[in-house]
Design a protein around this ligand. Structure first.
Ligand code: PEP
Length: 253
């Protein structure tokens, strides 16, 4: 069985690099003996250089976004090559908070292609804003996946993860976390979409992780009954004590 992967998304936190180092140090110290899981921490770009050496081997560095191009006149952007050169192995692309700032599926698709082409592992985030009885939200998720992965070669899929992050379950204003049943159903649905796009063999290999108000109390059931291949953790990844409890729970399974 593949290792479960637990990804911490720090978003635009903490406010200074010293605190980032403290949080990273605590996470690394608390996770040293956890051999059965993969751990990724995604600090803001500005902290990568300082968090990288603390993360060492057990905790792998991720970024929260990247641009698609190599270099050039793109003020303020950060390329896949740049983050790779800082030791980043994973990159979150298409997070709902970036989509809310105007990122289109077309742009996300370019970013996915750019990141995969330099060998980064891509965590493609998808998820509906709200649900409807007629199941229209499923078409929305399907379209995010098919557009986000348009023209991506099958051979690149080994470096892809899909994160199911329903917007209504994310952040401090969340209605509530998804249920285990939601996570299981949508994981199966996403697998079916991937199989239709890329074939059974490749499609079924893509890990599907869940994100949205994951905490110490609910993390186990998403990974067991929900059959998630991993978790994308926002707020609780900034609280080292709680994040370590989540990591330990995943490691025990
Ligand atoms: C996220 O935004 O990726 C997320 C999962 O946030 P939270 O865990 O805080 O809901």
């Amino acid at each position: 069985m593949a290792k479960k992967i637990i990804i911490g998304n720090w978003k635009m936190n903490p406010v200074d690099v010293k605190e980032a180092e403290v949080i990273a140090g605590k996470i690394v110290a608390g996770s040293d003996s956890l051999k059965k899981i993969s751990i990724v921490v995604c600090p803001p770009f500005q902290y990568l250089e300082r968090v990288g050496p603390i993360a060492k081997k057990k905790v792998v560095l991720g970024a929260q976004d990247c641009f698609f191009g190599g270099k050039g006149p793109y003020t303020g952007e950060v390329s896949p090559e740049m983050i790779k050169s800082m030791g980043v192995k994973y990159v979150i692309i298409g997070h709902s908070e970036r989509r809310a700032l105007g990122e289109s599926d077309e742009l996300i698709n370019k970013k996915v292609g750019g990141a995969l082409s330099v060998g980064l592992k891509v965590i493609l985030c998808v998820g509906e804003r709200s649900r409807d009885d007629s199941g229209e939200f499923l078409n929305f998720i399907k379209s995010q996946i098919s557009q986000g992965l348009d023209k991506i070669k099958k051979s690149r899929l080994k470096n892809l993860l899909v994160a199911y992050e329903p917007i209504w379950a994310i952040g401090k204003d969340a209605l509530h976390p998804a249920t285990v049943q939601d996570v299981l159903e949508i994981s199966i649905f996403i697998k079916k979409v991937l199989v239709d796009l890329f074939g059974r063999e490749e499609g079924l290999k893509v890990p599907i992780v869940y994100g949205g108000s994951v905490d110490v109390n609910n993390c186990r059931e998403f990974l067991t009954d929900g059959q998630a291949d991993g978790l994308l953790v926002g707020r609780e990844s900034l609280n080292p004590e709680n994040f370590i409890k989540i990591l330990k729970t995943a490691n025990e399974l």
